[in-house]
Design a protein around this ligand. Structure first.
Ligand code: AMP
Length: 438
C-alpha cells in the first residue's frame, strides 16, 4: 500500500445489514438441501419456474395487499432511470401469478404445479432468522379446488422436512374464510376491538380501521392479550368454507398427520382465502416458522386474469438450514502435481482429459516443489495425486498416489481414467496393501 493509500471505508467491506454471504463450506449444505427439495417437488409433479428478481411495485401492492406489513413497511422500492417504480420481490406468489397471466399458461390443462428457489427481499428488522435478503423455496398449485390438494401440499412439506431430518415439527392450520363470510367476521372483530381501541398499540389502532385480522400478527404483549379474547374465525365460516376446512382436516388425518387448529393463524398477506397453515419447529429458537402458506382463490381474478383458484407455501431456507441435516457426499478428487515447465503443459492436458470424463481434478499453477504439492493435495483432502515429471512424459506412464492406502500405481491415461471412474463411483475397489492388483 502506498503511504497515501487509505484503507477502504469499513462499510465498503461489509455485507449490507440484513444480508449475508454463504461461504463454500456452508454452500455445500445449501446445495444439498436445495437438491433434496427440487427432487421432492418434482416427485409430486411440480416443475421449476423462474421469474425476475424485480417487478412493478403495483404487482405487490395489488397482490400482497395494501394492508399487509410487507407492503406498508418492508418493500425495497426504487424508481429506475425510466421513472418506473420497481420493487425487489418480497415474496414469490405475485410474480408467478403474473407470469401465468402474461404467458397465458392458464390455457394449459389444470392443475398447474410450479416450484421455485431463490432470494426475496424485505426491509425487516434484522435478527437471527430474519434477514433483508433471504431465500425461499416456493411451491404453488393453480386450478385445483378440492381440499385434498391443500392436504397434499402440507403432506409434501412435512415429508420434505422428514427427508431433511428436521425434528420437532408441528403443523398449524386455520381457515381465514372467503369474501362471503369474512366481512361479517371483520365487523365482529372491529366491534370487539373498538371498545378497547385506546389500549392497542398505534399500529393495531390503524389495523382496526384497515384490516382488523392483522391485529393477530402483532407481537406486542398487550395487543396479543386483547386479541386472545376476540371472536374466532372458525366460528363464523360460511358453509362452503366450513366444508372445505373439514375436508382439509379429514385428508390430513388420512395421511396420519398430526396438526393443531390455530384460529389466530391469519398470516401476513392479504390474498389468503380458506386454508392457511404454518409449519413450526421447536428447535429453531424465536423465529420458529420454517414455512407458511395457504389458499388464494381470488388473486388471479384480482390481477384481471381468469377465475383460477390456487394454493402454495414458501419455506425459508435460512431457517430450514438452522435445523435441517442434509446429507453431503464426501467428494473424491484428484490433484495433479507436476515438476517443471514441460510437465505443467502436460498436466493441463491430462486435467482436461480427466475433466472431460467427469473426474474432478485440481491443478494449480504455482510451480511448487513436488513435496509441497503433495502436502497441499493432502491438506485439501484430495483422494489421489497424479505425479507428472520428465520421465513420466517420456514413458507416457503416470504415477497415481492413493492417499487413503498410501499405495502408488503406474498406468497410462486410458487405464487411469478407467481406474479413477471406478474408484469415484465405488470407493474401495483398489486392492489394499499386499493384495493382488486387478
Ligand atoms: P412468508 O412469505 O412471510 O409467508 O414467509 C414464509 C417463510 O419464509 C417463513 O416461514 C420463514 O421461514 C421465511 N421468512 C420470511 N421472512 C423472512 C425473513 N425476513 N428472513 C428469513 N426468513 C424469512
Amino acid at each position: 500500500m502506498s503511504p497515501s493509500a487509505r484503507p477502504p471505508a469499513k462499510t465498503l467491506l461489509q455485507a449490507i445489514k440484513g444480508t449475508h454471504d454463504i461461504l463454500p463450506a456452508e454452500a455445500r449444505l445449501w446445495q444439498a438441501a436445495e437438491a433434496v427439495a427440487k427432487d421432492h417437488f418434482e416427485l409430486y409433479g411440480y416443475r421449476e419456474i423462474r421469474t425476475p428478481v424485480f417487478e412493478a411495485t403495483e404487482l405487490f401492492e395489488k397482490g400482497t395487499g395494501q394492508t399487509s406489513d410487507i407492503v406498508i413497511k418492508e418493500m425495497y422500492t426504487f424508481v429506475d432511470k425510466g421513472g418506473r417504480s420497481i420493487t425487489l420481490r418480497p415474496e414469490y406468489t405475485p410474480s408467478i401469478a403474473r407470469a401465468i397471466i402474461e404467458h397465458r399458461l392458464y390455457l394449459e390443462p389444470a392443475p398447474l404445479r410450479f416450484y421455485y428457489i431463490g432470494p426475496m427481499f424485505r426491509y425487516d428488522k434484522p435478527q437471527k432468522g430474519r434477514y433483508r435478503q433471504f431465500h425461499q423455496a416456493d411451491v404453488e398449485v393453480f386450478g385445483e379446488a378440492d381440499p385434498a390438494i391443500d392436504a397434499e401440499v402440507v403432506e409434501m412439506a412435512d415429508s420434505l422436512l422428514a427427508k431433511l431430518k428436521v425434528e420437532g415439527v408441528e403443523i398449524l392450520i386455520n381457515s381465514v374464510g372467503c369474501p362471503k363470510c369474512r366481512p361479517d367476521y371483520l365487523n365482529a372483530l372491529r366491534r370487539a376491538a373498538e371498545g378497547k381501541r385506546a389500549e392497542f398499540c398505534p399500529d393495531c389502532q390503524r389495523k382496526i380501521d384497515t384490516n382488523p385480522l392483522r391485529i393477530f400478527d402483532c407481537k406486542v404483549e398487550r395487543c396479543r392479550a386483547l386479541a386472545a379474547r376476540f371472536p374466532l374465525i372458525t366460528d363464523s365460516l360460511c358453509r362452503e368454507c366450513a366444508d372445505h376446512f373439514a375436508g382439509f382436516r379429514s385428508h390430513l388425518e388420512a395421511y396420519g398427520l398430526r396438526y393443531r387448529v390455530e384460529p389466530r393463524l391469519v398470516r401476513g398477506i392479504d390474498y389468503y382465502t380458506k386454508t392457511t397453515f404454518e409449519v413450526v419447529t421447536s428447535h429453531a429458537g424465536q423465529q420458529n416458522a420454517i414455512l407458511g402458506g395457504g389458499r388464494y382463490d381470488g388473486l388471479m381474478r384480482e390481477y384481471g386474469g381468469p377465475d383460477m383458484c390456487a394454493i402454495g407455501f414458501a419455506m425459508g431456507l435460512e431457517r430450514l438450514l438452522e435445523v435441517a441435516k442434509p446429507e453431503t457426499k464426501q467428494k473424491r478428487f484428484l490433484y495433479i502435481a507436476y515438476i517443471g515447465e514441460k510437465a505443467k503443459t502436460q498436466a493441463a492436458m491430462l486435467a482436461r482429459l480427466f475433466r472431460s470424463k467427469n473426474i474432478e481434478c485440481w491443478l494449480e499453477f504455482k510451480n511448487r516443489g513436488l513435496k509441497a504439492q503433495l502436502s497441499r493435495a493432502n491438506k485439501l483432502g484430495a483422494s489421489w495425486a497424479l505425479i507428472v515429471g520428465e520421465d513420466e512424459i517420456r514413458n507416457n506412464r503416470w504415477i497415481l498416489k492413493d492417499f487413503s492406502t498410501g499405495r502408488q500405481h503406474e498406468a497410462d491415461e486410458v487405464d487411469l481414467v478407467e481406474l479413477l471412474l471406478k474408484e469415484s463411483s465405488t470407493p474401495g475397489l483398489w486392492p489394499k496393501r499386499n493384495e493382488e492388483r486387478p
